[in-house]
Design a protein around this ligand. Structure first.
Ligand SMILES: Cc1cc2nc3c(=O)[nH]c(=O)nc-3n(C[C@H](O)[C@H](O)[C@H](O)COP(=O)(O)OP(=O)(O)OC[C@H]3O[C@@H](n4cnc5c(N)ncnc54)[C@H](O)[C@@H]3O)c2cc1C
Length: 398
C-alpha cells in the first residue's frame, strides 16, 4: 500500500482548504467556539453550503448526486473539515438512510427522497432502538399491521437522536409476529408530522436535549413508504449499520482533538511548569497519539480495500471500538488537564440573566459536558462489547 499522496491529491487538498476558508460561516465558528447551543438552522447551514457545491454526500455515487470522489479524496476532505473545526454533517440522511434508499429503493422512492436529503430540506432521524431492543435489535416489538394500502404502526422507540427536529424517520417495525425474529421486520419511512407520533425529550448527563423517546399510536403509513420487500427489512438494517460504524471512527476529528489537548496542556500549569512537561501526563498523550496513528493506518487500509472494490466488513467493528476509545480518552485528558475548572459547568451555562459567571479559561467550560457526552460513543451504533463479539466470530473464528 502506497501512502504518499499524488500531486492531484495534494492539489485537491488545497482546493478543499480554500473552499472551507472562503465559505465556512463565521457565525458558526463563533457559536461552536463559545459552545453555544445549536438550533436546527445552525445544524443545516454548512450542510446547505456543501450541498450547493455538490460536496455534501462524499460517499454517494455520482448518479445520485455524490461528487464522484475516490476514497482517498473522501479521506482528505474529512481531514480538512476536521482541521478547520467545521460542523459535522448529521449522518442520518446522508450516511444512513440515503445509501439504503439508493441501494434498495424503487425509482419513485429515489426521486422523491434523495434530492431532499442532499439539499437538507428533510431532516431525518433513526427509529431502531426500543426499550428492550438495543443490542438485541431483532427483538423489537413496534408493530405495523397492513390495512389495504397502509400500515398502522403502534409502539415505542427510544434514544432517537434529534427527533425533535426531524421531518422524516426511518423505522424498523415488525410486520410478521409469527416469523423468525429477523425475518418478520420491515423498513418504513415515516413522516414525523403524522398524527399519532409523540416525541418526548430525554435530557442527558451533560444537560443536553439530544435524544428522545418516540411514541407511535395508530400511525398511518402508506405502503409505498416501505423500502425493499415486506419482512425483509433486516437486510436494509444490517447494510445501514455497517456504514454507520465506519463513519464513527472519527480519526480526523480526533487528530484535531489531540492538537487542542496539547495546546491546553501547554497553557495549564502543574508544579509550577507547563503540564505538557509533566512526564506522566506527557506519556498519556504520547500513548493516545500512538493509538490514533495506528487507527489512522487501519482506516487507510480499509479505504484501500474499499478502493479495490471490497466493501466494509468486520473491520468496521474494529474502527468503531478503537475510534470511540480514542475519542473518550481525549475528553478524559482534557478534563484532567483543566482540573477543578471543569467541574461545575454544563452546556448552555451561563445563560442570559444568570448572575454567576464561569471562572477559569474558556476551554475549561465545556470539558465536563463533553466528557459526559462522549460516554455515548461506546454505546451507540452498536455497543463496543457487541463489536468485540463480531470480531471474535467473524475475524478470529472463535
Ligand atoms: C446518545 C445515544 C444516541 C442514540 N441514538 C440513537 C438513534 O438515533 N436511533 C436509534 O435507533 N438508537 C439510538 N441509540 C441507541 C443505541 O443504538 C443503543 O443504546 C445501543 O444499541 C445499545 O442498546 P441498549 O442501550 O438497549 O443496551 P443493552 O442492549 O441493554 O446493553 C446493555 C449492556 O450490555 C451489553 N451487552 C448486551 N448484550 C451483550 C452480549 N450479547 N454480549 C456482551 N455484552 C452485551 C452491552 O454492550 C451494554 O454494555 C442511541 C444511544 C445513545 C446512547
Amino acid at each position: 500500500m502506497n501512502l504518499d499522496f499524488t500531486p492531484e491529491q495534494i492539489a485537491f487538498r488545497e482546493e478543499v482548504r480554500a473552499f472551507i476558508a472562503e465559505n465556512y460561516p463565521d457565525s458558526l465558528k463563533s457559536k461552536l467556539a463559545d459552545s453555544e447551543e445549536l438550533g436546527k438552522e445552525d445544524y443545516l447551514a454548512w450542510h446547505r453550503i456543501l450541498a450547493k457545491k455538490g460536496w455534501v454526500a462524499p460517499g454517494w455515487p455520482k448518479e445520485y448526486g455524490g461528487p464522484g470522489w475516490s476514497t482517498v479524496e473522501r479521506f482528505i476532505f474529512a481531514d480538512e473539515c476536521a482541521k478547520a473545526d467545521t460542523m459535522m454533517i448529521l449522518p442520518f440522511g446522508i450516511n444512513m438512510v440515503g445509501p439504503v434508499i439508493y441501494t434498495f429503493g424503487t425509482p419513485e422512492q429515489k426521486a422523491r427522497f434523495l434530492p431532499r436529503i442532499l439539499s437538507g430540506d428533510d431532516w431525518w432521524c433513526q427509529g431502531y432502538s426500543e426499550p428492550g431492543a438495543g443490542s438485541d435489535l431483532a427483538s423489537l416489538r413496534t408493530k405495523a399491521e397492513r390495512q389495504g394500502d397502509h400500515y398502522i404502526v403502534n409502539g415505542q422507540k427510544t434514544w432517537t437522536t434529534l427527533a425533535q427536529h426531524a421531518d422524516w424517520g426511518f423505522f424498523l417495525v415488525r410486520t410478521d409476529p409469527d416469523a423468525k425474529m429477523q425475518e418478520g421486520i420491515s423498513f418504513l419511512l415515516i413522516d414525523m408530522k403524522s398524527p399519532g407520533i409523540t416525541v418526548r425529550p430525554i435530557i442527558t448527563l451533560g444537560g443536553e436535549h439530544e435524544v428522545n423517546e418516540v411514541f407511535l399510536d395508530n400511525v398511518k403509513v402508506p405502503v409505498e413508504n416501505r423500502i425493499f420487500h415486506e419482512n425483509k427489512g433486516w437486510t436494509c438494517a444490517k447494510f445501514l449499520l455497517a456504514h454507520e460504524r465506519t463513519g464513527i471512527a472519527g480519526v480526523a476529528r480526533s487528530k484535531r482533538g489531540i492538537e487542542k489537548l496539547k495546546q491546553i496542556a501547554k497553557t495549564e500549569q502543574a508544579n509550577d511548569r507547563p503540564l505538557i512537561e509533566d512526564p506522566f501526563f506527557r506519556r498519556k498523550i504520547a500513548e493516545l497519539e500512538m493509538d490514533l496513528t495506528a487507527l489512522e493506518y487501519t482506516e487507510l487500509r480499509v479505504l484501500a480495500n474499499e478502493q479495490a472494490g471490497k466493501g466494509p466488513g468486520p473491520e468496521s467493528s474494529l474502527l468503531k471500538i478503537k475510534g470511540t476509545e480514542v475519542q473518550q480518552r481525549i475528553t478524559e485528558l482534557v478534563l484532567e488537564a483543566v482540573g477543578h475548572y471543569g467541574a461545575p459547568y454544563f452546556r448552555g451555562f451561563p445563560q442570559d440573566g444568570d448572575n454567576i459567571y464561569p471562572i477559569g479559561p474558556d476551554y475549561a467550560h465545556q470539558a465536563a459536558p463533553r466528557y459526559f457526552n462522549m460516554r455515548k460513543t461506546s454505546i451507540y451504533g452498536g455497543s463496543n462489547e457487541i463489536q468485540r463479539n463480531i470480531i471474535a466470530k467473524m475475524v478470529l473464528g472463535l
